[in-house]
Write a protein that binds this ligand. Structure first.
Ligand SMILES: NC(=O)c1ccc[n+]([C@@H]2O[C@H](COP(=O)([O-])OP(=O)(O)OC[C@H]3O[C@@H](n4cnc5c(N)ncnc54)[C@H](OP(=O)(O)O)[C@@H]3O)[C@@H](O)[C@H]2O)c1
Length: 421
């Protein structure tokens, strides 16, 4: 039997679930892995208010945890960039392995942390980092990217990486309006009181930065990803998608195209028979296209205390039993595709007057955008005019729409733009 001592920073949703699983599964971990996990210390600013911590050596002084010489692995479950970054740095300086679920940290400071781990491994190969829980909760994405899909070239990653957005999208599909869908998501614990981080696509963008870095062997940051959220799509877009045999999903996409990377998060119209169209509610999914394994899809619960804690625990067990993956890429750099080419769905909200369609199509034509189909929905003002385009450049679409939307006498609300897969 081997004993491993851990220090936990942050005993919130994930931290408290981790403590519960470790206690409940003590015997099984011992039996299956020959490992006794000892929670040596817990650091949390409000530890005195947390009844479940009364039997643990707890402190609000987080440095006391990372400086404890008995501790082998520091598990960071605080969230945010600071003080998490400094504390993990200090843990590494103290020759401890680290485990984190913190996507914000890795999407902004990942390169520094990984380079430090790599440097330390030259003298002490046991030091490593586990970050399975930072993307997709319990979905085994990171381990598979580091092992199973690490032999051939990865061509693309296409993910539904934010459960809050996917839950709201599923309610839209049932005919619900945004406010009600959000309220239900909050009541069920799928959305934060301030949902803007999820709704804006930022959360999915941070996760895409982490997995694309692993997939393509270059460290990417959140700021390099073009991100659009679900704020501008409405119930009517789902009705129109349905009439056209399509679904809308917030997709996080990274693709290698002729040695350049395309990195995007945006709402996307996909055919109803696409693999990702059946991923509903709070579920997450990732489609991976790799040279040897072909297309693989992983689906599951991408968040929540217990799913995320189970991924954290799997990292602790892997590191403690010495089976954690120790390799790191020599990160190369790719240039990014700034101006992608897509087919687009455009929904204009216009006055009900002659000349509107001529006005819109003239500006589209001036910007080299060719129309595949045009349709006007029945109803009172504002009238919905729907256009599907042929393939064109993103920059042309955004330029044309900004010109069209300036005409407030004809266009009554900002135009909805959705890429078509
Ligand atoms: N929840 C999920 O479903 C999920 C899924 C995947 C990944 N993650 C990641 O897991 C990490 C933890 O998330 P969570 O949902 O467990 O967050 P949480 O519920 O807010 O827990 C964070 C805990 O850390 C404490 N804390 C935060 N900053 C601190 C500081 N500076 N000093 C001392 N204590 C501090 C908080 O204390 P207070 O109670 O006083 O605020 C709280 O107890 C985040 O990086 C998150 O992105 C979470």
């Amino acid at each position: 039997m081997k004993q491993v001592k851990i220090g936990i920073l942050g005993a919130g949703t994930v931290g408290s679930s981790l403590i519960k699983i470790i206690e409940k599964e003590k015997q099984r971990i011992l039996q299956n892995h020959g490992l006794e996990i000892v929670i040596q210390k817990v650091g949390d600013r409000s530890y005195q208010k947390k009844e479940f911590l009364k039997n643990y050596n707890s402190t609000s002084n987080l440095e006391e945890v990372v400086d404890d010489s008995e501790i082998d692995i520091i598990v960071e479950l605080l969230g945010g960039i600071e003080p998490a970054f400094s504390l993990l740095n200090q843990s590494l300086n103290n020759q401890k392995s680290i485990v984190t679920a913190n996507k914000a940290l890795l999407a902004n400071k990942g390169k520094e942390i990984f380079e430090k781990v790599k440097e330390l491994q030259k003298k002490n190969p046991k030091i490593t980092i586990g970050f399975e829980a930072s993307v997709g909760g319990a979905l085994p994405i990171i381990k598979n990217l580091r092992r199973v899909w690490s032999f051939g070239q990865i061509q693309s990653l296409i993910g539904i990486l934010n459960g809050t957005c996917n839950f709201i999208i599923s309610r839209f599909e049932e005919g619900m309006e945004y406010e009600k869908a959000l309220k239900i998501a909050q009541e069920k614990g799928f959305a934060e009181a301030d949902p803007s981080f999820d709704i804006s696509g930022k959360d999915a963008g941070q996760k895409l930065a982490i997995i694309s870095s692993l997939a393509f062997g270059c460290w990417l940051e959140e700021t390099q990803i073009q991100i659009e959220g679900i704020e501008k799509i409405h119930k009517i877009d789902f009705e129109i998608a349905n009439k056209n045999n399509m679904k809308i999903r917030l997709l996080a996409i990274s693709k290698k195209i002729q040695q350049k990377l395309l990195l995007r998060v945006h709402p996307t119209l996909i055919p109803r028979n696409h693999l990702l169209s059946d991923v509903r509610d709070e579920f997450n999914a990732l489609l991976v296209e790799e040279e040897y394994s072909g297309i693989t899809m992983i689906v599951g619960k991408g968040a929540g205390g217990f799913p995320t804690a189970s991924a954290v625990l799997s990292d602790i067990v892997s590191i403690a039993s010495g089976s954690s993956n120790l390799w790191f890429y020599d990160f190369s750099s790719y240039s990014l595709i700034e101006d992608g080419e897509y087919k687009f769905y455009l929904r204009f909200q216009t006055v009900d007057r002659t000349g509107v369609l001529a006005f819109i199509s003239k500006i589209l034509a001036e910007n080299q955008i060719s129309i595949a189909s045009m349709h006007q929905e029945e109803g009172e003002e504002p009238v919905n005019v729907i256009i599907f385009t042929h393939t064109c450049k993103e920059s042309s679409i955004y330029k044309a729409i900004s010109q069209i939307d300036q005409n407030r006498e004809i266009i009554l609300s900002p135009t909805t733009i959705i890429r078509v897969f």
